[in-house]
Design a protein around this ligand. Structure first.
Ligand code: ADP
Ligand code: MG
Length: 255
């Protein structure tokens, strides 16, 4: 569904992404993990066309993403930091995006609006919102158009435990519908039950891209955090050449 080939992005001398290749297909929940500044958000923004890579190509359903911006309508995106016009109310922001977005005949998914009790907050000004409520608005918008692909950048950051649980259950239901979900989180425990595949980035390089089953088998660890730590410590994963090999074998498997 999405193929990334040899993406490189530099900010001045800094290699935010360094020759990253990977392929994602329907039904996967790919957890994108790695230290702060390892390039996770830059990779996500490259897929969305918000960041322009210096080299490499990204394909959505086999078409280069620059050739047809309409692919964006198939993606629900929850940014790490949601930015909205300060002087609008929640209700105005939601109706503005409904108007802009081409969602064809797909029915709106208002489940999160209900579950977050957002009808009662529609008159609130964006400026006055707490970080958590702003994050709920981002979540509502990401799921609203029932997109085939969900890209969630630190979705539970700033949410209280109940709101976070509601979101995780929502992601789980979308996973069961067979959607492709790309997710980053610092809280690896949040990813444990969702993840089908793990991508590990470090200094802009893809160090590991492996199914969760294989990762657990290789390490003998059940918890995602421990499994990743174990792989990184063992040195099992070599830099780029190896991840290239992993990507190739995954492409074969998913072909
Ligand atoms: P992560 O999401 O993994 O924390 P990012 O993709 O946000 O990492 O950032 C990767 C690196 O690129 C960091 O060193 C960050 O400071 C740098 N970076 C990201 N965006 C910009 C930008 N617009 N200008 C300059 N440097 C940037
Ligand atoms: Mg980030």
């Amino acid at each position: 569904m999405i193929t990334i080939e040899h993406i490189t992005k530099k900010f001045k001398k800094l290699h935010a992404l360094d020759d990253v290749s990977a392929a994602f297909r329907k039904g996967q929940v790919v957890s994108l993990v790695g230290p702060n500044g390892s390039g996770k958000t830059t990779l996500i923004k490259s897929i969305l066309g918000i960041v322009q890579p210096d080299a490499g190509q990204i394909y959505f359903n086999s078409k280069p993403i620059q050739s047809e911006v309409a692919y964006r309508d198939k993606i629900g995106y929850m940014p790490q930091i949601g930015r909205y016009p300060d002087n609008m109310t929640i209700g105005q922001v939601i109706s503005m995006i409904k108007n802009i977005r081409n969602h064809g005949t797909r029915k709106l998914d208002e489940e999160l609006i209900e579950q977050y009790g957002m009808h009662a907050l529609m008159e609130k000004n964006m400026r006055s919102l707490s970080g958590g409520t702003r994050q709920k608005v981002s979540a509502v918008l990401a799921f609203l158009f029932d997109p085939e692909v969900l890209i969630l950048d630190e979705p539970t950051a700033g949410l209280d435990p109940l709101a976070s649980e509601i979101l995780k259950e929502k992601i789980m239901r979308e996973k069961e519908k067979g959607k492709l979900i790309l997710i980053t989180s610092h809280i690896l425990a949040d990813l444990d039950e969702l993840t089908t595949d793990v991508m590990y980035l470090q200094d802009g390089k893809l160090r590991l891209y492996q199914s969760i089953g294989k990762l657990k088998e290789l390490t003998g660890e059940e918890r995602l955090g421990r499994a990743i730590a174990s792989v990184m410590k063992s040195g099992y994963v070599q830099p780029t050449e190896q991840s290239g090999a992993i990507v190739k074998s995954m492409e074969v498997r998913y072909a």
